[in-house]
Design a protein around this ligand. Sequence first.
Ligand code: ADP
Ligand code: TRP
Length: 331
Amino acid sequence: MRKRILTGIKPTGYAHIGNYFGAIKPAIELSKNPDYDCYYFIADYHALTTLNNKEEMKEYFYNIACTWLACGLDPKKVVFYRQSDIKEDFELNWILCNVTPKGLMNRAHAYKAIVERNEEQGIDRDDGVNMGLYNYPILMAADILLFDTDLVPVGLDQKQHIEIARDIAHNFNGKYGKCLKEPCDYIDKNNHTLVGLDGRKMSKSYNNTIRLFTDEATLKKSIFRVVTDSRLPGEPKDADCTVNKLFKLFATKEEADKFEQDLLNGLGWGDAKKQLFEVANRFISPMREKFDYYMEHKEEVDKILKEGALKAEKVAKEVLARVRKAIGTDR
Ligand code: ADP
Ligand code: TRP
């Protein structure tokens, strides 16, 4: 049986190397397996929960779309589309709201984190929470369940969302009989959450990222901002430091072994960062050329996404028809 793979990234900022190693690279690798049908999309309506500026929406949308293409997404092999083009998604979203206990949403990590922060600050627990944010996991479940998805490649931080999608599918099937496929996450065991410039998780929301596609000078500047301890040149460094972790991602095994040894032998942070920039830039450069090409040919990107949406819509209509039949709104 062919397996269906689906994943999305929301355009809430510029794609960074955490997105690349955590989500994009593993998803592109999966798409090379002929036994998999892949559906990758840009979750623009998920971005609305935090983004409310039309220029930023467009800017980040094309940044993420061109990133996928530059990183090797082949539109002949992958159905590549924009979430907001698939109207069926929003119909399924509403249907799923009705089999989702409110308590399940109260336990979602992103919402819980805001409530905890608000409580610490002594302000209303729901301050700054809109219903889009609160219901975020239900729309994500709709994204996934609408395509009979088997596997969802994501970074570790998204694991709970996939579990919620499974729970929602399970609830639906419990009420209406077996109809929706219960998906699984696909999280690469060797793939750890990348740490950002300030030592927290690298995230668009924390403004602590190393952008995947910028000019060389900006890439260098970001790399020189990676936090380090205050050990001087000549003093042995910790192999567990961020600079070493990042170096490993871009370098060959031999280069990485030598770099780690040099750090243990007291390589200075300045030199270490210079070497990190060199391997990172070598890795990113060929993709950057493609990225720049697509950014200058947005009409090609639009065409690819439109064709993808037509293919995605076909599947979405079939699954939604099955759901409507199960709940009795068919005719
Ligand atoms: P961000 O936190 O920057 O807004 P998203 O939530 O849009 O990123 O995540 C898009 C994908 O990239 C998800 O699959 C997520 O797990 C992955 N991802 C995001 N940040 C990291 C990170 N620091 N390390 C590994 N994977 C990440
Ligand atoms: N919530 C995901 C993120 O922040 C983005 C996303 C939306 C997604 N819908 C999805 C990921 C469906 C996988 C499947 O990264």
